[in-house]
Design a protein around this ligand. Structure first.
Ligand SMILES: Nc1ncnc2c1ncn2[C@@H]1O[C@H](COP(=O)(O)OP(=O)(O)O)[C@@H](O)[C@H]1O
Ligand SMILES: [Mg+2]
Length: 435
C-alpha cells in the first residue's frame, strides 16, 4: 500500500479544527447491528474517520485526548513505566469514574508509540482495527486510543501480572509451577484458535512470551496486535508479506519465503510451549553453542521419554506430571514440524492440551496455585484506588515482588527481526509498504 494512503487516513483521522485542536470523535460512533468485521486490507486510500467509526461500531472504544492520557499516567512518569517493546513505552495509569460517562474507574496500560518511522502508524492502526473488533477472554481488552497531532496511543485494560516473559525469565520472580504453566499454555492456545477460526481469520504473526499477558488468576491474554494480518482469502493458500516477527519464534518457511499462514502461528506457539517446558529463552547467546537455539537443541529429546528430563526446567524441581510433560512435549514437537502442513490446527492443540490440566500425577509437594477469591480481589482494587495518589510507595510495600517494581521490565531488546528504527527508516520498508 503506498505511503499516501496511510497518510491520507491519518490526516483525516486527526483532522484539525479551526483552533488547531484534534477533531477525533470522543467515542467511536455506534450504529445498530453488528457490521461485518473490516479487515486491515480494507483500509485503503479512501479510509476516513467515518470509516474508522463504522469499523469500530459497537466496539465501545473511547477516543482519548493527549491531555487526558497525561493525567491518567501522571504526565507519562518514568515511575509508571511497566514495559517497552519494539514500538514504544507502556505506562501504567488510572482512569477515574469522572473521565467518561459509562467508563468505570480502573487501572489501565497506555502504550505510546515511538513515532520515528511510518511503521508505528501502520501498527497502531492494525491494533486499533483488530482489537477494536475482536473480543475474547484470551485477548487483552482495548479500551480506547489517542490520535491527536503526532501522538498515537493505545489504552488497554491493565493486566496485573505483566508478561509471561517476565515470569519465565526474570530471576526476581518465583518459578511458575507446572499447573500454572499449563493453564497459561491452554489460555494462549485458545486465544490463537479464536483468531484462526474468526469469520475473517486473523494471523497473529508475533506470538511470543513478551506478548502474552498474565491476569491475576493466571489467565493468559494475547496483546500487541501490531503485526496481525488477515488470513488468506478465497483460493489463496497463504498471504505473501514482508517478513516480520521475532527471531527464534518466526516459522522457518515464513522467514525464507514470506509466505504467511495460520501454521506460522502454530510454529511460534510450539516455541513458546517449549520455553514453558524448559524455562529457557528460545535464543540464548550465553549458552554453549549447541544450546543457543532452544528448538534445534531440544527437538531430538521431545519424543524420548527418558531424554525429556534434560529439557525440563530445573526450576520446576521435578514437581510436574511426567505424563503431562511427555504429552506437552509431543505437542510442541508437532507444532515445530518443518513441514507446515504437518503442524496441527490450533483447535486440535487446545483439545490435546486441555486434558493435561486434569492429570494428577504431579509429585507430592507441588505448589498448586489457588486463584484469590473475588471478594479479596475487589478489596485489593478498592485499596489501590484509594491509595492512588501515593500509589507507588504503598504498592511497593504491599507487593514487594510485583513485576512493576522490578527495574523497567523490558527494553528494546534488539532481538526483534526487522522491528527496529534502523529497519523502519530503511528504503526497503518504504518499497514494501504494500506487504
Ligand atoms: N495491558 C497491559 N497490562 C500490563 N502490562 C502490559 C500491558 N500491555 C503491555 N504491557 C507490558 O509492556 C510490554 C510491551 O507491550 P507490547 O504491547 O508488547 O508492546 P510492543 O508493541 O512495543 O512490543 C509487555 O511485554 C508487557 O510487559
Ligand atoms: Mg510486544
Amino acid at each position: 500500500m503506498p505511503e499516501k494512503s496511510w497518510m491520507s487516513f491519518f490526516s483525516s483521522c486527526c483532522g484539525e479544527g479551526s483552533d488547531g485542536s484534534a477533531t477525533m470523535p470522543r467515542k467511536a460512533q455506534c450504529s445498530s447491528g453488528s457490521p461485518e468485521r473490516v479487515s486491515s486490507s480494507d483500509t485503503s486510500n479512501s479510509f476516513s474517520q467515518d470509516d474508522l467509526s463504522l469499523t469500530l461500531a459497537g466496539s465501545n472504544l473511547h477516543a482519548f485526548t493527549i491531555a487526558e492520557l497525561r493525567a491518567v499516567t501522571r504526565n507519562f512518569s518514568m515511575t509508571n513505566v511497566i514495559g517497552s517493546g519494539g514500538f514504544g513505552t507502556v505506562y501504567k495509569g488510572y482512569i477515574d469514574d469522572k473521565l467518561r460517562p459509562g467508563l468505570k474507574a480502573q487501572q489501565v496500560a497506555v502504550k505510546s508509540l515511538d513515532l520515528e518511522g511510518q511503521q508505528g502508524h501502520r501498527e497502531w492502526l492494525a491494533e486499533v482495527i483488530f482489537l477494536g473488533q475482536l473480543q475474547h477472554p484470551h485477548l487483552v481488552k482495548l479500551i480506547g486510543y489517542c490520535c491527536e497531532d503526532e501522538h498515537r496511543m493505545l489504552v488497554y485494560e491493565f493486566v496485573p501480572r505483566g508478561s509471561l516473559e517476565n515470569h519465565l525469565f526474570k530471576r526476581l520472580l518465583a518459578s511458575l509451577p507446572w499447573s500454572t504453566r499449563l493453564k497459561i499454555t491452554v489460555g494462549a492456545a485458545k486465544g490463537l484458535a479464536f483468531l484462526h477460526e474468526a469469520e475473517k481469520p486473523v494471523i497473529y504473526r508475533d506470538f511470543k512470551a513478551s506478548n502474552i499477558l498474565i491476569d491475576t488468576d493466571y489467565t493468559a491474554k494475547l496483546s500487541d496486535f501490531g503485526l496481525a494480518k488477515d488470513g488468506p482469502q478465497g483460493d489463496n493458500t497463504h498471504v505473501t508479506t514482508r517478513v516480520m516477527g521475532t527471531h527464534g519464534y518466526a516459522a522457518p518457511e515464513y522467514v525464507l519465503t514470506g509466505h504467511l499462514t495460520a501454521k506460522s502461528d502454530v510454529y511460534s506457539f510450539g516455541v513458546v510451549l517449549l520455553e514453558l517446558l524448559a524455562g529457557r529463552r528460545c535464543v540464548d547467546k550465553s549458552r554453549p553453542t549447541r544450546q543457543k537455539n532452544l528448538v534445534d537443541w531440544a527437538r531430538p529429546y521431545l519424543t524420548n521419554a527418558d531424554k525429556l528430563r534434560r529439557v525440563m526446567d530445573p526450576g520446576l524441581d521435578g514437581l510436574y506430571s511426567t505424563k503431562g510433560a511427555q504429552k506437552a512435549a509431543a505437542i510442541a514437537y508437532k507444532c515445530l514440524s518443518h513441514n507446515p502442513k504437518s503442524r496441527p490446527e490450533m483447535r486440535t492443540v487446545v483439545e490435546m492440551l486441555e486434558p493435561l490440566l486434569n492429570l494428577d500425577d504431579v509429585p507430592f509437594g507441588a505448589f498448586v496455585y489457588v486463584a484469590p477469591k473475588e471478594e479479596e480481589e475487589k478489596e485489593k482494587v478498592a485499596i489501590q484506588e484509594k491509595n492512588h495518589n501515593n500509589h507507588d510507595e504503598r504498592h511497593k510495600q504491599r507487593f514487594p515482588n510485583s513485576v512493576i517494581h522490578s527495574e523497567v521490565t523490558l527494553h528494546k531488546d534488539g532481538r526483534s527481526l526487522y522491528r527496529n528504527s534502523h529497519f523502519r527508516k530503511s528504503q526497503r520498508q518504504n518499497q514494501e509498504r504494500g506487504a
